[in-house]
Design a protein around this ligand. Structure first.
Ligand code: N01
Length: 543
């Protein structure tokens, strides 16, 4: 990573806009506001470099599940033409190189202050300004406050009794040490089998003396089939960048492929099996696009679930382990579907054991390892691949207080309440990029990120053009949008995954509310455009 300054640069005492976070969203928002509107903008970033979620998630095997040519900005022809991806899916270090390339190419770092964590933000109603306080005790003032803090950036370490007594080392995948972790000759326990654990286990197993994978809920996974990109494909994606962008803007999930219009249940079983097999061989998240009805019809979904379960049983040699890995309690893709490189194959290694902690739950952590009701597992290292306090966690930990002293925690006591995932009633001039209530995590993230940055930029441009100083979502618009978010989720099978982080179910005490907007990115884009065209309907804009 390029070295970056930690000195405090001269800033105007008052900024037009302050952005929190220098990941994909913060970088593009900075570019839009500075270059297109000429605003004075400062980004505050807790890490010592750009990257956001990718800065922290450096765990073994960390790689994006979106294909590289889609997992990047598409707003700039120059960036698209100048950057070259090396593999079908970009590995974490390559994404970091890419974001540093963008930040340098667009000269963004001069407006980013690193190693600066925001600990409070208060809206001063009389002045119509946000006053932001950092961990170092500094105060900055801005007219607009934009949170670009990511959806998966607050690590969730389960409160397992005895963790503090553990004599070995433990790590959460989302706070991985920059110097890496040497597993050579170590007995490693990994808790969690979501997308992260499924990526990490095969890599950890290569050097560990032994790896115990503690599985509470079995999960589907489809092979990623990662590979170096050929020169022909690299040329093809550059030549067709405009077309790819159009496809990503038109699809439900902001992906560079379209969902088939075929229905699983109307396809003869032999043909259906062939189509699943072809999708399995091709690999990746596109498996989900094999049939149109997979996410709305349980019987259709069962055909995909059954296909994957059979694949798991065919790959895993030990029948007891195969049974536990394929005993999955939710429909396919109702939790974020993982993709993998040799995950199920890893259980054929002599040094890997699957520990079923649904049957025999974890009781505590002892100085020597993990104790389940079925026995003790001696360990040198514990890896928590246990996910995040997703979507709301990063917002809540910043102590944001809006009008009349109301905090985000109070406004969201019964679950997140936003208008379009962009604003919270009672918090004027605060924009929440990829916030709860927007499609965000259901998509290939750069697509919703670009859409939010551009929408916010247009909104601020509109305000400036009309001499307006304040924008705030109305309570009625929020109530209506929360209903629409629930309706969109209920039209799919997504709520059937009862332990999903989409529902907040992975964090004890968190309200059970389906957080992202499931109506599709293309539909959402239209709604946001209509709102703007109708004089920002649902927002109050005032001088
Ligand atoms: O987290 P998760 P993740 N005892 O919450 C288990 C994105 N991502 O980090 O299901 C035992 O999905 C928990 O079990 P259960 C992607 O959006 C992207 O894997 O609650 N187990 C589950 O198995 C993804 O969805 C990429 O029963 C416990 C696991 O921990 C999101 O990040 C790569 C436990 C957590 O799974 C989060 O994925 C990776 C306990 N006390 C991730 N507590 C790329 O595209 C939790 N678990 C690169």
């Amino acid at each position: 990573m390029a070295s970056v300054t930690t000195e405090i640069p001269d800033t105007k005492p008052e900024l037009d806009a302050l952005i929190i976070g220098a990941g994909f969203s913060g970088l593009y928002q900075l570019f839009c506001l500075r270059e297109r509107l000429g605003l004075s903008v400062q980004v505050l970033e807790a890490g010592d470099g750009v990257g956001g979620t990718w800065y922290w998630n450096r765990y073994p095997g960390a790689r994006c599940d979106s294909q590289s040519h889609a997992y990047c900005y598409s707003f700039s022809k120059e960036l698209t033409q100048e950057w070259e991806w090396s593999e079908r899916y970009p590995e974490q270090p390559e994404i970091m190189r890419y974001l540093n390339f963008v930040a340098d190419r667009l000269d963004l770092k001069r407006n980013i202050r690193f190693n600066t964590r925001v600990v409070a933000a208060n809206y001063d109603e009389a002045a119509n300004r946000w006053i932001v306080r950092t961990e170092a005790g500094e105060q900055l003032t801005a007219k607009f406050l934009i949170t670009a803090v990511g959806c998966l950036s607050t690590a969730n370490v389960p409160k397992i009794p005895g963790l503090e007594s553990f004599a070995g080392q433990w790590y959460h995948t989302g706070q991985w040490p920059h110097e890496g972790v040497d597993f050579t000759g170590k007995r490693v326990g990994m808790i969690g089998t979501g997308s992260t654990g499924i990526q990490a286990a095969p890599v950890i197993a290569q050097t560990a003396a032994h790896l115990d994978v503690f599985q509470r809920t079995a999960n589907y996974s489809v092979p990623a089939r990662n590979a170096p990109l050929t020169p022909e494909f690299k040329r093809y994606i550059k030549e067709n960048a405009t077309e790819f962008r159009a496809v990503m803007h038109a699809t439900r999930n902001g992906m560079p492929f379209t969902i088939s219009e075929r229905l699983a249940l109307e396809t003869p079983p032999d043909e259906r099996e062939n189509l699943y097999e072809a999708a399995w061989q091709k690999g990746g998240l596109e498996f989900r696009a094999t049939f149109e009805d997979l996410m709305v019809d349980k019987a259709a979904n069962d055909t995909a679930a059954d296909f994957i379960r059979r694949k798991i049983r065919a790959i895993v040699k030990d029948p007891v382990t195969a049974e536990k890995l394929s005993d999955i309690d939710h429909p396919y893709a109702t939790k974020r579907p993982p993709i993998d490189t040799n995950y199920f194959e890893t259980f054929n290694r002599d040094n890997v054991t699957l520990v079923d902690v649904k049957a025999a739950p974890i009781e505590c952590i002892t100085p020597g390892g993990v104790r389940t009701s079925g026995g003790d597992y001696p360990l040198d290292i514990i890896v928590f691949a246990t996910g995040f306090d997703a979507m709301t966690g990063p917002m809540l930990r910043m102590n944001i207080t809006g009008r009349d002293g109301i905090t985000v925690a109070e406004a969201w006591e019964a679950g997140p309440r936003t208008y379009l995932g962009l604003q919270i009633a009672g918090f004027p001039n605060l924009f929440t990029m990829t916030g709860p209530g927007s499609p965000s995590v259901l998509c290939n993230m750069p697509v919703p990120i670009e859409q939010h940055a551009e929408w916010i930029t247009d909104c601020i441009a509109h305000m400036r053009a009309h001499g307006l100083e304040r924008v705030e979502a109305t309570e009625a618009a929020v109530t209506n949008w929360v209903e629409q978010v629930n309706t969109a989720a209920d039209a799919t099978l997504l709520p059937l995954a009862k332990s999903s982080w989409y529902l907040g179910a992975n964090v004890p005490g968190k309200p059970r509310v389906f957080m992202p907007y499931a109506g599709g990115m293309a539909r959402y884009r239209e709604i946001c455009a209509d709102v703007a065209a109708n004089n920002y309907q649902g927002f109050v804009l005032s001088a």
